[in-house]
Design a protein around this ligand. Structure first.
Ligand code: NAG
Length: 517
């Protein structure tokens, strides 16, 4: 008995030492984009890695006030100032054409990426003899950041704050035929009619040209400006090990995924904290239900023009539900069923059993949370992927989409009443919520597994798709087409010449025999 105990104890110690050797790594996380919702996505993952005992260095714009064990912040807060000046033009976004929208995004990316790479602490890090086992970077118009992986000679993981798209598929040569893979900028689902496929193809070609001839060269310049002896960006860009995408089958259509792309949508949800007592009380007392109204951190509610805001207030004054409205300043002439708050713990209020609807700009974060908690959405998309996020929820019968410019008392009122009173929306939302939850491994655990996997196999080169090493004409079988065409044409030519030869000989024979008659 004691012998068994001794062996098992020794084995336990051995196991522990193996685990501790293999399971603690030095990880650099680069999530410097100046938007709190993006920060939340990265922070949840970095915090989990730190909790698991990894030593995490975290470049971000929202450093912790209270230090967290194993997590060292490198603050690049100044990105917020620079980018918010840039984001002031956001209201014009809707009027831009697609090329203009991509240029706007690239401009935003350039603005903050430049600031990050020039930051003194970041420069110190780049020039230090620090050692990392892995770099995880948010992939968002900041390809130049791949320099971190090159500098520390370690594997690289991308973290995309959206689903697979024309802007990240190329990184792993993920199959994305325009026939069923909707462009991020269209709002289409994967079932498109002829005209939609035509437009989708056009936008795909346009986007690919943009990525190839504008985005990558420009990011290459950024990279060279930051680190003069850096190699060409492409040698690092296409050498990453893995990519996480914020997607889930409950939100996005089923589309191809290379084994090196992992969907972890919903990883950031929880753990829920207790609500502030005033909000808790307000929600508990709302026996007819609570509507949550938040236009996110980038397109704040104050960008709503005054006339529209008045119309919305009129609608709210006539309903029996209560409204919890995230707004930057208080609104004086509001009905008694409205509570204004400048800060909203979105997941916690969404989880409240009295919550009946979510009025949202359709940011991916909020959309994921609404699906997770099964809350129907009244979407007012303004910018970039927000149209797609809302359209996807509309196709799943759990949302109604409103065009911002058409909003008035009548339009807003009838949409809201439809959402609240037609049980289809609530039932569909509950069903999508169930689908999101129904998976073999929780998304956060899956993310941690794959991160440790990449570290264990030193970049896991066995996951690298062969397609990445093909030339474009090989990938699209152009060489095969040319070869087969050549053979085909040669054969045809041969047949034609042979036929001509035989025919003319026959003619000669015929005419010869005619002459001799
Ligand atoms: C490509 O990645 C592997 C594994 O992560 C690494 O060993 C190699 O040095 C990288 N190559 C380049 C050119 O960065």
């Amino acid at each position: 008995m004691s012998c068994i105990k001794m062996v098992s104890t020794r084995e336990l110690i051995l196991l522990c030492s193996i685990l501790s050797v293999s399971s603690t790594a030095k990880i650099l996380g680069v999530f410097s984009f100046c938007s709190r919702s993006h920060f939340v996505l990265g922070f949840r993952l970095m915090k989990e890695l730190a909790d698991k005992g990894h030593e995490v260095t975290f470049i971000n714009s929202y450093p912790q006030q209270v230090p967290i064990k194993n997590l060292k912040d490198i603050s690049v807060e100044e990105t917020i100032k620079h980018a918010s000046a840039y984001m002031a033009n956001l209201t014009k976004f809707g009027e831009m054409d697609h090329w203009g929208q991509m240029e706007f995004m690239l401009g935003l990316g350039r603005t903050y990426a430049e600031v990050v790479l020039k930051n003194k602490n970041v420069q110190n890090l780049l020039n230090s003899d620090e050692r990392f086992d892995l770099v995880i970077m948010e992939h968002l118009w900041n390809e130049a950041f791949v320099i971190f992986a090159q500098r520390f000679k370690c594997p690289l993981i991308y973290f995309s704050p959206g689903p697979t798209s024309i802007f990240n598929n190329h990184l792993f040569s993920n199959p994305s035929p325009s026939s069923y893979f909707p462009n991020l900028l269209t709002g289409y689902g994967s079932r498109m009619n002829f005209w939609e496929r035509l437009r989708n193809t056009y936008l795909d070609i346009l986007s690919e040209i943009f990525v190839e001839f504008k985005l990558i060269p420009e990011q290459n310049d950024l990279l060279k400006a930051a680190v003069s002896d850096a190699p060409d960006i492409r040698t690092i860009l296409y050498n990453a090990s893995l990519m996480f995408v914020m997607s889930d089958i409950s939100i996005h259509d089923p589309l191809p995924l290379q084994p090196s792309i992992k969907s972890i949508g919903g990883h950031h949800v929880g753990p829920l904290k207790p609500l502030a007592s005033n909000i808790q009380q307000f929600m508990d007392n709302a026996t007819e239900g609570v509507i949550i109204f938040s236009m996110g951190s980038n397109s704040a509610s104050s960008t709503f023009d005054l006339e529209k805001r008045k119309d919305i207030l009129k609608v709210f004054s006539k309903i029996k539900q209560k409204v919890l409205w995230k707004f930057e300043t208080d609104i004086i002439e509001k009905s008694s069923n409205i509570m204004i708050t400048s800060w909203l713990p979105q997941q916690e209020v969404m989880a409240h059993p009295n919550t009946v609807a979510f009025i949202s700009h359709g940011g991916l974060l909020g959309t994921i949370e609404a699906v997770y908690f099964g809350v129907p959405i009244l979407g007012i998309p303004r910018f970039w992927d927000q149209h797609k996020n809302i359209e996807d929820a509309v196709r799943r019968n759990m949302a109604i989409k409103l065009n911002y410019h058409n909003i008035n008392e009548q339009v807003f009122g009838s949409a809201l009443n439809e959402l609240l009173n037609n049980p289809m929306y609530r039932n569909s939302a509950k069903r999508q919520s169930q689908i999101m939850d129904d998976r073999p491994v929780k998304p956060l655990d899956e993310a941690v597994f794959w991160i440790e996997y990449v570290i264990r196999y030193r970049g896991a080169p066995h996951l690298r798709p062969a397609a990445l090493d093909l030339k474009w004409y090989q990938k699209y079988l152009m060489d095969i087409v040319v070869f087969c065409s050549f053979i085909g044409i040669t054969c045809l030519l041969f047949v034609f010449l042979a036929w001509k030869c035989i025919y003319s000989n026959r003619k000669k024979i015929v005419s010869f025999s005619k002459k001799n008659k």
